[in-house]
Ligand binder design. Structure first.
Ligand SMILES: [Zn+2]
Length: 177
């Protein structure tokens, strides 16, 4: 058999997150992951989860890397959603990605701040209520509400806190001179 040009090109941005993990291939084509910095392991490493770990949960990761991934988490998903928007533009029944992001964010704030159990997001009455307001919106599954969307919101809030602190620091320095 002669060699073909089927070799997959490396270096997609997505895969950079793996620089911080030790990966072991699985038969399924996925990888197990072990954090470089702490003892956490995953039986199947997904980039989304691995990014969240660095940004929010890892206690040993260097601060510079943590900040980088927090930034990515807070702003990252909007850019990937833009592609989706082009595909769905033609269908009037679809909701655009930016709007869905905005609704997801409002939803998670309401759930977290009022202490409402995430399990109720898939209750038929809740879905009926939401879709009677906006038919095209599908509430997220309980699992993505408690992981992806919550992580993103946490990153946004932490980023804002950091900016506020930076602002106050600048003010304090400003007062000195
Ligand atoms: Zn870790």
């Amino acid at each position: 058999m002669s060699s073909t040009v089927s070799e997959v090109k490396r270096g997609r941005k997505e895969s950079h997150v793996w620089d911080h993990y030790i990966k072991e291939p699985l038969d399924s084509g996925h990888y197990t992951a072990k954090c470089h910095y702490c003892i956490q392991t995953w039986s199947r490493g997904r980039p989304e989860i691995l990014k969240s770990h660095l940004a929010l949960y890892c206690k040993e990761v260097p601060l510079a890397i943590k900040s980088e991934y927090m930034e990515m988490l807070a702003i990252g998903s909007t850019s990937t959603n833009r592609k989706q928007k082009l595909d769905t533009d033609s269908s009037a029944a679809e909701i655009d990605a930016d709007k869905k992001d905005r609704i997801d964010q409002a939803l998670i704030r309401y759930f977290v701040c009022c202490g409402i159990p995430f399990s109720t997001v898939n209750h038929p009455y809740f879905i009926d209520f939401v879709q009677s307001l906006c038919f095209a919106y599908n509430p997220p599954k309980r699992s993505s509400l408690s992981t992806t969307i919550l992580n993103k919101e946490t990153a946004i809030v932490l980023k804002k806190i950091k900016e506020e602190l930076k602002y106050e620091e600048d003010l304090t320095l400003g007062n000195l001179f």
